[in-house]
Design a protein around this ligand. Structure first.
Ligand code: OAD
Length: 252
């Protein structure tokens, strides 16, 4: 398979329909059409909040109230968002056995809301808060209201159970993601700039073990000319709608 094929959508659809063991890696771009900003670029979160001041474990431990300014915005925006056609398209592909699992760097829960069942949350989820002193966990809705800084019963400030820079990936998620990458036939990478490690290693692991790597992103990324076998350039919802239609055509 090559990017120069006459109809890359049809080529990818055929591959997905034949192999029926695709794994999908998603990033912030898939949720942009749900109204959630991505991280990098002019409209991204990191243009507004310097990640060294707002997105590291060190920053949280030093100034949790300051870091909660950004976290509150994320919890509000993600809490009010609904899955878009791309999330729903992936759930439909899982339902028909074409997609086996979604590995997501996103913390918004929109894949599950769309109906995806096997979702590996590589960077955690905003739905849960954790105390970094006594490790007690709470559903976010039980402790957080807009503008508040949630507190643990022990008196310390709670952190969302998401991975900040300087924190390890939850070990089970990392194990499961690597196992999926090692054993899939196609890895579809959607809406990630692939700049953050170790998530950006997942496409390389899949490729090294023989999977075809398909990238869906309006822009080229670090993967485009190195790891991806094909780049489908466009918004995730649009490309997934074309793929779904083409897979249906293949199967009939
Ligand atoms: P980025 O903000 O780095 O990249 C978002 C990607 O989505 C870019 O490549 C865009 O071109 C693409 N994109 C934008 N709109 C799109 C659309 N409609 N359809 C498809 N793609 C679109 O976000 P991530 O790569 O997810 O981690 O960032 C990775 C990690 O960096 C995040 O999980 C977060 C952040 O720091 C932590 O906080 C640990």
């Amino acid at each position: 398979m090559g990017a120069g094929g006459s109809d890359p959508i049809r080529e990818v659809a055929r591959l997905l329909a034949e192999r029926r063991n695709a794994v999908v890696l998603t990033g912030a771009g898939i949720s942009v059409e749900s109204g959630i900003p991505s991280f990098r670029g002019a409209q991204g979160m990191w243009a507004k909040y310097d990640p060294t001041e707002y997105a590291t474990l060190h920053a949280f431990m030093q100034s949790p109230r300051k870091v909660w300014e950004m976290l509150s915005e994320m919890v509000s925006v993600c809490g009010g968002a609904a899955p878009n056609a791309a999330h729903k398209g992936l759930a439909a592909l899982e339902e028909t056995g074409v997609v086996r699992a979604v590995i997501t760097q996103n913390v918004d829960g929109l894949h599950q809301a769309a109906g995806s069942r096997r979702v590996i949350e590589y960077h955690g989820n905003l739905d849960e808060l954790i105390c970094v002193y006594c490790w007690k966990r709470y559903p976010t809705r039980d402790r957080w209201t807009p503008g508040s800084v949630p507190q643990c019963d022990c008196g310390e400030i709670l952190k969302p159970n998401v991975v900040l820079f300087g924190e390890p990936i939850p070990w089970l998620a990392q194990e499961q993601a690597e196992e999926e990458a090692r054993s899939c036939g196609v890895l579809v990478v959607i809406g990630t700039s692939a700049q953050v490690s170790p998530a950006c290693d997942i496409p390389r692991i899949a490729k090294e073990l023989g999977a075809a790597v398909v990238e869906i992103n309006p822009e080229p990324t670090l993967l485009t000319r190195t790891v991806a076998d094909v780049h489908l350039a466009g918004p995730a919802s649009e490309i997934l709608a074309l793929l779904l239609q083409s897979i249906r055509d293949e199967e009939h």
